[in-house]
Design a protein around this ligand. Structure first.
Ligand code: ZN
Ligand code: CU
Length: 488
C-alpha cells in the first residue's frame, strides 16, 4: 500500500526528455514507483489534464533568514518551489554577526543566534521550513566578519581567518562559495583573494557562484574573471543572474555566452542562472554610492530606480527616485541620499535590461532558472520573488514558444540539481525524493506586477516537499517538510 498515487498524469521527469503519461506513487518521503504502480494507495489524486514535474529548485535566493522567520515559505511553495539555494551574492548566513546585520536590512524581525554554518543548519533542522535548503558560503559575509568593511587587501592572518570560515562551511556541507563583487565589502577583494578561497573547494564538488564586478560595459571582463577563478581554483563556476545591464551594454550577452561556450569546450564546468524579467532588484546603496548613481559603465537614470522596500517609509515604496525628488523638491542624488539616511537598507527595482537579451540568455544551454527574489515581504518586492518559475513555464515556454516545456522544466529541476550536487532530487525516478509539482500546463502563469507584486501564480494544483503537501490550489499548508541539504 503506497501513501499516495497520482494517476494518469503527464510526467516531465526533469531530464529534458519529452513527457509521458503514467502514474506516480509516493511512499514516505520518496518516489516509490513511476509508470503503472502495482499496489493501491491510501490516497489517490487524479492527474488527468495535469502535468507532474520535479519540485522547482530555486538556485539563486536570498532566503537565508526567511526560511527561519517565515517557515511556511508560501511565497515560494505557491510558485512550485521545493528547494532553495541560499547564501548568494556574497551574503551568507554565517558568521552570525555580519549575517544578522544584513538580515535586518531585509526583514526587521528578530533572529535566533547560531554558531557557524553547522549551527545555521541545526537551527533549520530544529524548526524546518516548507522547502529544502542548500547553503552557499558568502565571501562578503566572511570578509566582513574578519576585516569589517575595509577597502584593502587582507593580511596573511586575515586570509587565514577567512579560510577558516570557508572550511567550516564546507565541512558543515555547504554547496559552494558565493561572491558579490559590487557590494561592500566583497568589491574590495582582488581576483587572487577569491582564487585563494575558492581553491579550498577543489575536489569537493562545491562551486563558485558569483555576482560579478560589472554587469554593464564591463560584462565581458567580469565573465572572464569568473572563468579564471574557476580555472585556477579548479572548481565549477556559476554566473549569477546573467544579464547585460544598462542601454550601452545591451547586446553584450551574445559575447558573454560565447565566453561561457569557449570555457565549456575546454572542459570547464561553467553555467549561469537567470530570472525572467527585464528589471533587476538590489540595495539602493549598491547603485547609489558616494553621492552619485552608477559608476563607470553603470549609468543609472533615477527614473528607472524604484523603491521596493524602505523600513519605516512604506509611502516611498513603488515610487521612483525621480518621482521622490520631485515631491521632495530636490535633485535625484539628494533624494537618494535622504532615502539612504532614513532607510539605509532600502532596496530598489531597477529597469535596465532589454527583452531580446533576456531571451538570448534564456534560450542558451548554459542557463538555469533562479529567482534572485529578495524576501522583503513587508514592502513591494520584485515580482520575481513569487512568479519566476510560473513565468518561465507559462509565458516563455508555452505562450512565447522559447523552448519546449520539457526543456524549461529541466532548467529548473534536473539541470539545477546536477550543477549544485543535489544528487537525490531534480528528477522523477523511483528512489528519488518526492519533491513534486502538479500543475495545469495550459493555465500556469505568474500574476504579479511591479505595482502589485505579491501575487500567487495560477495553475499550480499541488506541491509536495519530501512527500508532504506544502501547497494546494493556491493555499499553503501547515507542512514543514523541508530538509537541510548537505553536499554529498
Ligand atoms: Zn546578485
Ligand atoms: Cu542575488
Amino acid at each position: 500500500m503506497y501513501d499516495l498515487i497520482i494517476r494518469e498524469t503527464e510526467i516531465f521527469d526533469g531530464t529534458g526528455a519529452p513527457s509521458r503519461r503514467g502514474d506516480l506513487a509516493i511512499e514516505g518521503s520518496k518516489i516509490a514507483a513511476v509508470g503503472a504502480p502495482s499496489q493501491s494507495a491510501r490516497e489517490i489524486v487524479d492527474g488527468t489534464n495535469l502535468a507532474l514535474a520535479p519540485g522547482f529548485i530555486d538556485v539563486h535566493t536570498h532566503d537565508d533568514f526567511a526560511v527561519i522567520l517565515h517557515p511556511d515559505m508560501a511565497f515560494k511553495t505557491l510558485g512550485g518551489v521545493t528547494t532553495v539555494v541560499v547564501g548568494n551574492c556574497g551574503f551568507g548566513p554565517a558568521p552570525w554577526k555580519p549575517a544578522s546585520r544584513f538580515a535586518a536590512t531585509v526583514d526587521p524581525r528578530p533572529l535566533p543566534q547560531w554558531e557557524g554554518f553547522r549551527g545555521y543548519m541545526q537551527t533549520l533542522e530544529a524548526n524546518p521550513p516548507a522547502v529544502n535548503v542548500a547553503t552557499l558560503i558568502g565571501h562578503g559575509t566572511a570578509r566582513h566578519a574578519v576585516m569589517g568593511l575595509d577597502a584593502r587587501e587582507p593580511t596573511g592572518a586575515e586570509m587565514a581567518a577567512m579560510k577558516e570560515i570557508v572550511t567550516e562551511g564546507l565541512e558543515a556541507g555547504c554547496v559552494g562559495l558565493s561572491s558579490g563583487l559590487i557590494y561592500d565589502p566583497g568589491r574590495h577583494a582582488r581576483t587572487d583573494e577569491l582564487i585563494d578561497l575558492a581553491s579550498l573547494m577543489r575536489g569537493t564538488g562545491a562551486l563558485y557562484a558569483t555576482h560579478m564586478r560589472d554587469e554593464g560595459l564591463g560584462l565581458l571582463s567580469s565573465v572572464a574573471e569568473a572563468i579564471e577563478i574557476g580555472e585556477r581554483a579548479g572548481v565549477p563556476v556559476q554566473i549569477s543572474h546573467h544579464k547585460a545591464s544598462g542601454e550601452r551594454a545591451w547586446g553584450l550577452v551574445t559575447q558573454s555566452l560565447k565566453l561561457i561556450e569557449d570555457a565549456q569546450s575546454k572542459g570547464q564546468n561553467v553555467h549561469a542562472d537567470q530570472y525572467p524579467y527585464t528589471a533587476g532588484s538590489t540595495s539602493l546603496s549598491a547603485v547609489f554610492r558616494d553621492g552619485a548613481f552608477g559608476g563607470p559603465g553603470r549609468e543609472t537614470a533615477p527614473k528607472n530606480v524604484v523603491i521596493a522596500s524602505a523600513q519605516g517609509h512604506s509611502d516611498w515604496e513603488g515610487r521612483s527616485i525621480e518621482d521622490l525628488a520631485r515631491a521632495m523638491g530636490c535633485s535625484a542624488p539628494e533624494a537618494a541620499t535622504q532615502v539612504l539616511k532614513q532607510a539605509p537598507g532600502a532596496t530598489i527595482i531597477i529597469h535596465m535590461m532589454r527583452e531580446e537579451d533576456v531571451r538570448t540568455v534564456m534560450r542558451h544551454k548554459s542557463t538555469m532558472i533562479g529567482s534572485d527574489g529578495i524576501p522583503t515581504l513587508d514592502g513591494k518586492p520584485h515580482p520575481r520573488l513569487y512568479g519566476t518559475f510560473a513565468r518561465v513555464l507559462g509565458h516563455y515556454a508555452r505562450d512565447e514558444n522559447l523552448f519546449p516545456m520539457a526543456e524549461a522544466i529541466h532548467r529548473m529541476t534536473g539541470f539545477s540539481a546536477k550543477k549544485f550536487g543535489l544528487t537525490d532530487r531534480g528528477v522523477i525516478a523511483p528512489g528519488k525524493a518526492a519533491d513534486l509539482v502538479l500543475f495545469d500546463p495550459k493555465k500556469i502563469i505568474d500574476t504579479g506586477t511591479f505595482e502589485d507584486p505579491k501575487k500567487t501564480p495560477l495553475g499550480i494544483k499541488a506541491v509536495y516537499t519530501n512527500g508532504q503537501l506544502t501547497a494546494q490550489d493556491g493555499t499553503a499548508t501547515t507542512a514543514r517538510s523541508g530538509r537541510t541539504l548537505r553536499r554529498a
